[in-house]
Ligand binder design. Structure first.
Ligand code: ADP
Ligand code: ADP
Length: 225
């Protein structure tokens, strides 16, 4: 079951080939990591999946639909940003509701879905707080609720741990995986941290200079015979 299929994807900026003929398959409900060092093309690939960046060539299919030429708001894809991008002047509840308000969904349904999403990430008790009154891990869970509330078919997580202190990262990785598995959502997690990829993903691809050089389960990729 190829839920996400990326076929011969290329992105060229001037004379920089940022992504060089990438083929990728991700299965439904898989937690898939895209691992590689800075400058290898991970963000560019993620931005093409989200629709923030046009492809130079190649196609992107999601659940059987060719989404390559759809604008971001028409794609059933959501991105959780590296620094979470919560609105500082808005409460947790308003932050999570924001995405649905744009879609013109009725107030009572928004309220219901906001609390459903906040319950899921165990933040329902914090609905009236502002982001700066929360810990980093709590802010991350609010950002996750804001992404999940739109019920995307594909969730993109860009360096989800990089805004957090080192000491809490591993615990947070495990908690995040629990939530994502409970929801049952297909995820692509971009990271430069091998341990993070191995903890969070059931499959991963290693990228170097715009190409995928290895792909498989953490065991396949890191078991050296
Ligand atoms: P990563 O996310 O793995 O750090 P990027 O996707 O950000 O890598 O970058 C891949 C390559 O493409 C790098 O050489 C980077 O400098 C280049 N690049 C990324 N975005 C742009 C852009 N908007 N214009 C020109 N070059 C870019
Ligand atoms: P990330 O930390 O997510 O990899 P970067 O720091 O590589 O992001 O890039 C941040 C922004 O700068 C992106 O929007 C990217 O398109 C742009 N960018 C990256 N490299 C270049 C470049 N060489 N020339 C122009 N823009 C770039």
């Amino acid at each position: 079951d190829e839920f996400v299929r990326v076929s011969d994807l290329v992105k060229i900026y001037g004379d920089t080939v940022a992504v060089k003929s990438v083929d990728l398959s991700v299965q439904r409900n898989e937690l898939f990591a895209l691992l590689g060092s800075s400058g290898c093309g991970k963000s560019t690939l993620l931005r093409m999946l989200a629709g923030f960046e046009a492809v130079t060539s190649g196609r992107i299919y999601l659940d059987g639909e060719d989404i390559t030429d759809l604008p971001p708001y028409r794609r059933p894809v959501n991105m959780m940003f590296q620094s979470y991008a919560l609105f500082p002047h808005m409460t947790v509840e308003a932050n999570v509701a924001f995405g649905l308000k744009q879609e013109g969904i009725p107030k009572n349904e928004i309220h219901e879905r906001v609390f459903e999403a906040l319950d899921l990430v165990q933040m329902a008790g914090f609905s009236r707080r502002k982001p700066q009154q929360l810990s980093g891990g709590q802010q991350q869970r609010v950002a996750l609720a804001r992404s999940l509330i739109k019920r995307p078919k594909l969730l993109l997580l860009d360096e989800p741990m990089s805004a957090l202190d080192k000491q809490i990262r591993q615990k947070t990785q495990i908690e995040l995986v629990k939530i994502l598995e409970q929801v049952g959502v297909t995820c692509i997690i971009v990271t430069h941290d091998q341990e993070e990829a191995m903890t969070m993903a059931n499959r991963l691809a290693v990228m170097t200079e715009g190409q995928i050089v290895q792909c498989g389960t953490p065991h396949d990729v890191y078991a050296f015979p």
